[in-house]
Design a protein around this ligand. Structure first.
Ligand code: B12
Ligand code: SF4
Ligand code: SF4
Length: 339
C-alpha cells in the first residue's frame, strides 16, 4: 500500500527497522494500521487556536484548557521524540433491525427506531483498544534504554488526527476525519507519545479531490469549510456531549439520530468498500444499533444502565439519551403525522 502506513514485517531493532518492529507489534496487537511521526509542535499553522477562538468547540472547555499540551506533545512527555499512531477498524454491517434505516439522511426510520453511530454499536472502543495500546507502549519502551511512553485513546490531550496525518496513517478528509483508501474512515485512532527515537513515516497525500458529498449532505451545515467542523452545529456533539437543551435549529434536523451521527461518513465514496472488522467486541449488541425510541424515552436509569453498560452510549448518560429519543420521536411525528 503506497504511503498509507500499514503494519509491516520486521523484528530487528535499530534505525528504520525499529519503526518496522513497532508496526509489526501493532499488527500482532490487532491494529489495522500504524504509522510514526517525529514529535514536536503539533499545529504550527495555528488551526486549533483559530478553531477555539471561533467558539467551534461549543462548551467542550476541556479542549481549550488542555490546548497547550495538545499543541506540543513534549508538554505531556518531556523528551518525547516520536508519536506512534494506530487505527482499529470498527466497520460491521448493519444488523437486521438497522437495515431499514437510510443512514445518509437525517430522516427517522418508519419503524420509529433511533439511529446510532456505527462506532457505538458494540463494546466501548476505549475499552477494546486500551490493553493492546498499553502492550504496544510497553514494547516500545523495550526498544531503547530508559524509554518512556504515554498512550492515549480519544480522551487524552493529543491532537490525534494531526498526528495520524503526519504519521501517514491517512489524510484529513473534508469531513475532518482521517481517511484511508483501504478502510475509508470507519476506524478509531490511538496514539503513543514516546521518548524512543523511531524512523518517521511520510504524510500520505489526500484523495478527496473535487468531491464535496460530505459537506453537502450535512443536515445542519456543521462542516463550515473544508475539514473544519463547528461543533455547535454538529449532531454528534449535541447528542453525545451536550448536557443542556439541544437548540431547535439542530434538533429539528436530527431526524432519528439519537447517538452520534454518521451522515458525513455514510455518503463518503471511500467508505463503500471497508472490510468487515475482525474485532468481535465491535459486533452490534442487540437493540444498540437501532434502539426503540419509545422504550428509550420511557426507560429509567437502571434499565438504561443494564442495557448499555460498557457501550459508548453511556457517555451521553441516561438523561441525554432520553432527551435525544424524545426529539427523535417529535421528528418522527412531524414526518409522519398521526403515528
Ligand atoms: C472533540 C472531538 C469531537 C467533537 C468536535 C469534532 C471536530 N471535528 O473537531 C465532536 C463531538 C463534534 C466530534 C464528533 C465526531 N467524532 Co470526534 N473527536 C474529538 C476529539 C476528542 C478531539 C478533536 C479535536 O481536537 N478537535 C479540534 C480540531 C481543531 O482539531 P482537528 O479537527 O483534529 O484538526 C486538526 C487537523 O485535522 C488539522 N486540520 C484541521 N483543519 C484542516 C484543514 C486542512 C486542509 C488540513 C490539511 C488539516 C487540517 O489541523 C488541526 C489542528 O492541528 C478527537 C480525539 C482526539 N483526542 O483527537 C475525536 C475524534 C476526532 N472523533 C472521532 C470520531 C469517530 C467522531 C465521529 C465520527 C463520531 C460520530 N459518528 O458521531 C464524529 C464526526 C464529526 C466530524 N465530522 O468531525 C475519531 C475520528 C477517527 C477518524 N477516522 O478520523 C477521533 C479521532 C476519536 C478516536 N480516537 O478515534 N468529535
Ligand atoms: S457528524 Fe453529522 S452533523 Fe456532524 S458534521 Fe458530520 S454530518 Fe454534519
Ligand atoms: S465525502 Fe468526498 S469530500 Fe467528503 S471526506 Fe469523503 S471523499 Fe472527501
Amino acid at each position: 500500500m503506497a504511503n498509507e502506513s500499514t503494519c509491516a514485517n520486521s523484528s530487528a531493532v535499530t534505525g528504520v527497522t525499529r519503526a518496522a518492529a513497532v508496526k509489526e507489534h501493532a499488527r500482532l496487537q490487532g491494529f489495522d494500521a500504524c504509522g510514526v511521526a517525529a514529535a514536536g509542535p503539533a499545529d504550527p499553522g495555528g488551526k486549533l487556536r483559530e478553531w477555539l477562538e471561533r467558539g467551534y468547540h461549543a462548551d467542550m472547555d476541556w479542549l481549550a484548557r488542555t490546548s497547550a499540551i495538545r499543541l506540543d506533545v513534549r508538554e505531556k512527555l518531556p523528551g518525547a521524540a516520536s508519536v506512534v499512531v494506530v487505527a482499529r477498524n470498527y466497520y460491521k454491517p448493519a444488523p437486521p433491525e438497522a437495515q431499514g434505516q437510510d443512514r445518509t439522511v437525517p430522516l427517522p426510520s418508519s419503524e420509529a427506531t433511533g439511529a446510532v453511530a456505527r462506532y457505538a454499536w458494540g463494546r466501548d472502543y476505549h475499552r477494546v483498544m486500551a490493553k493492546p495500546l498499553k502492550r504496544l507502549a510497553a514494547y516500545i519502551d523495550t526498544l531503547e534504554p530508559g524509554a518512556q511512553s504515554y498512550a492515549s485513546i480519544d480522551s487524552g490531550p493529543v491532537l490525534e488526527r494531526t498526528w495520524a496525518e503526519r504519521a501517514g496513517v491517512g489524510w484529513v478528509g473534508k469531513n475532518s476525519l482521517i481517511l484511508r483508501r483501504d478502510m475509508g474512515s470507519w476506524f478509531c485512532l490511538g496514539a503513543i507519545i514516546t521518548t524512543a527515537r523511531l524512523e518517521p513515516d511520510h504524510p500520505t497525500p489526500g484523495y478527496c479531490g473535487s468531491c464535496r458529498l460530505c459537506i453537502d449532505a450535512c443536515p445542519t451545515g456543521a462542516i463550515v469549510e473544508e475539514s473544519v467542523v463547528d461543533a455547535r452545529r454538529c449532531i454528534s456533539y449535541h447528542t453525545i456531549e451536550n448536557r443542556e437543551n439541544i437548540p431547535q435549529s439542530v434538533g429539528s434536523r436530527m431526524g432519528g439520530w439519537v447517538f452520534g451521527c454518521d451522515i458525513c461518513q455514510e455518503v463518503c465514496p471511500w467508505n463503500r468498500k471497508t472490510p468487515v472488522s475482525d474485532e468481535p467486541d465491535f459486533e452490534p449488541r442487540p437493540g444498540q444499533a437501532a434502539p426503540d425510541l419509545k422504550e428509550l424515552a420511557q426507560s429509567d436509569e437502571d434499565a438504561f444502565r443494564a442495557r448499555f453498560s460498557g457501550s459508548p452510549l453511556m457517555r451521553a448518560k441516561h438523561a441525554g439519551m432520553v432527551r435525544n429519543a424524545r426529539i427523535a420521536i417529535q421528528n418522527v411525528e412531524q414526518a409522519e403525522p398521526g403515528r
